[in-house]
Design a protein around this ligand. Sequence first.
Ligand code: SF4
Length: 470
Amino acid sequence: MLGEIKGLNEECGIFGVFGHQDAAQLTYYGLHALQHRGQEGAGIVTSDGEHMKVAKGHGLISEVFPQDRLNELGGHSSIGHVRYATAGDGSYENIQPLMFRSQTGGLALAHNGNLVNAQALKSQLEAQGSIMQTTSDTEVVAHLIKRAGHLPMDEAICQALSMIKGAYAFLMMTENKIYVANDPRGLRPISIGYLGDAWCISSETCAFDVIGATYEREVMPGELLIIDKNGIQSQRFSAPIQRTLCSMEYVYFSRPDSNLDGKNVHASRKRMGKTLAAEAPIEADVVTGVPDSSISAAIGYAEASGIPYELGLIKNRYVGRTFIQPSQELREQGVKMKLSAVRGIVEGKRVVMVDDSIVRGTTSRRIVQLLKEAGATEVHVRIASPPIQNPCYYGIDTSTSGELIASNNTVEEIEEQIGADSLAYLTVDGLNDAIYQGEESLNHGGCAACFTGNYPTEIYPNTIPPYEKA
Ligand code: SF4
């Protein structure tokens, strides 16, 4: 994935284990499988039933947790988090899980998503005397739970969850329980599985495969799961409403070996490519995909069009993160270092270059240029999702509206700016058909607000996308 240079970033991945002697080690492996969802910071909190320990830091999971640090954590239950930090928001305090201690015990929270009414709640809480230690939305939830401390913990959590709005998959842990919650629309993915007698929770199912766990099911929208030594209990904190899982999880964020709502991500992307080939055919000699996330769609496009799929672009897997800097110039340099066009494949050929999305256009322009420098006679860009025209308020960094090339330019203008011989996007109907295949169910139709502007929740006047925070 080229998220770091493309300007398309997931906020977080969460993973937890209850009831296993190697909980910390398994959480490490789980977070490693979710590393694509955030590379800026990582943390793990463990409990042995009486005491909770926390360790976290900046960087990749392997950098934050050398083996001796992991061994020190101990415990039989554990929750962890990998995070993509946004500008001005990458302080140590904000690295999750957040850990709070009081006379009644510890509470750790790990969150994937973004709350649209966090600012309003924060102002209210501060007016009532709360002092925030972080600038993270997640802390608001901890304060709300604490304020309902006269109630049993599950009721306090349900009360807090009923006050927050937006996208969230939460993992919370006390000394002897793990709580798992999914927002009423199920915008972010979260599943449970088991490994022997232990329960596991993950943002993506690929992490279960890595640790040898068996997938059980998705956590339903508006559901709170309580896991303790007696097993697992389910409660609702919100009435069921139609699920609007983030479509970008299928398009770009999730790993191809994960399943979302029972649908394999690779297979979904292949269908996007096939639909794109039907919607936007072109005469060409080879189809190539931008590694890694666009390869599945490129294979689909090739299969449906009959044009052979070739590895026209190769990703250099050994570029350190140090090289990926948040400036336009360095991002362009980053593209060069991360990708190479294969001259032997594309020279003298009319190439269909399939990509999953265009954000700023910088990356697409550079890749078209790479292919032409390698001798491609024509480069036809096919995008396996609709134009991204609107910001995301739910925890995905799709850049600010001003930076989104499709919010300020027509397809023809973008085609010219990226230097393509032709450009076409998948339609919104095409995307929905490719994901849901005409399924009529509670789960039909995900969030596609960054394409359509139809946000599935209320957007509060002071809601700012997380990446625009000071
Ligand atoms: S606005 Fe786009 S990126 Fe954000 S949750 Fe909806 S589909 Fe996903």
